[in-house]
Design a binder for this molecule. Structure first.
Ligand code: MG
Length: 255
């Protein structure tokens, strides 16, 4: 039997335990609280983030027209050989190879803008094909799909050969598109996968991939399979068929 004071102490202890549980696990376990205060937490305090012309104050700017300081030629780590343009964009220089960030990334929020050339060449997968390879392995497809059908798990906004986009949200050919990509990296322990990667993608503000569970490294031929890896660069694709895709305003927030 508790005395009244002990009962109060016990109640306080319960409140503290429940708060602790809420903070640590976000699970609602233990004795259910009976006051509003018991489920109010004050830490952690969210970081204050402001917007500077749409770029969050804590973002790492990867490309804004001021050169290729954050990028390398993917094949041999030499200087990027893509074109930079006077309007602050860059364009794939055909058959010069993929480019990739110098830095490695894990969980991220990535903003990237792209456009297909207004002069149309080729059909299907050969029309303005590029792509954003997260961690060098997981491609969000870029393609000019306007009046240009192809296999839907390889169309614009697909997680290539794994997930058909929920909508086709492309701008008209020759106009800018935006991808906002939220990515949770896979986790490995002793070379074994313990948690797969997940990706959410908005295309021009339209949700096209909703927390999709990635099945492994993208394969052009064969099944996707996971290979253990750590943080890795973002790669932009030169599909080597005169894609002439342009990019601008690339920024990233590490999560
Ligand atoms: Mg591609």
């Amino acid at each position: 039997m508790f005395s009244c004071v002990e009962n109060v102490r016990e109640a306080d202890k319960n409140v503290a335990e429940v708060k602790d549980a809420v903070i640590k696990s976000q699970k609602y376990i233990g004795v259910e609280p009976t006051t509003p205060e018991a489920t109010e937490i004050y830490e952690p305090v969210p970081l204050k983030v402001t917007s500077n012309n749409g770029v969050p104050s804590d973002a790492l700017v990867l490309f804004n027209g001021n050169g290729f300081d954050e990028w390398l030629n993917a094949a041999d780590s030499t200087a990027v050989r893509w074109h930079s343009n006077a309007d602050g964009s860059m364009t794939v220089n055909d058959k010069t190879g993929n480019i990739q960030t110098k830095r490695n990334f894990g969980d991220m929020q990535l903003h990237i803008e792209w456009k297909s050339p207004s002069e149309i060449k080729n059909e299907g997968q050969a029309r303005a094909n590029s792509g954003v390879f997260i961690q060098q392995r997981y491609e969000i497809q870029i393609l000019d799909n306007n009046d240009n059908p192809t296999y839907t798990n390889g169309q614009v906004g697909a997680v290539y050969k794994q997930s058909v986009p929920l909508a086709m949200a492309s701008s008209p050919t020759g106009e800018w598109n935006a991808y906002d990509i939220i990515f949770r990296a896979p986790k490995f322990e002793n070379e074994e996968l313990i948690e797969p990667a997940f990706v959410t993608v908005l295309h021009n503000g339209v949700l096209i991939q909703n927390h999709f569970e990635i099945d492994g490294t993208i394969k052009y031929i064969g099944w996707p399979k996971y290979e253990a890896h750590g943080k890795a660069p973002i790669v932009l694709q030169d599909h080597a068929d005169n894609s002439r895709v342009s990019y601008r305003n690339i920024w990233l927030r590490e999560l």
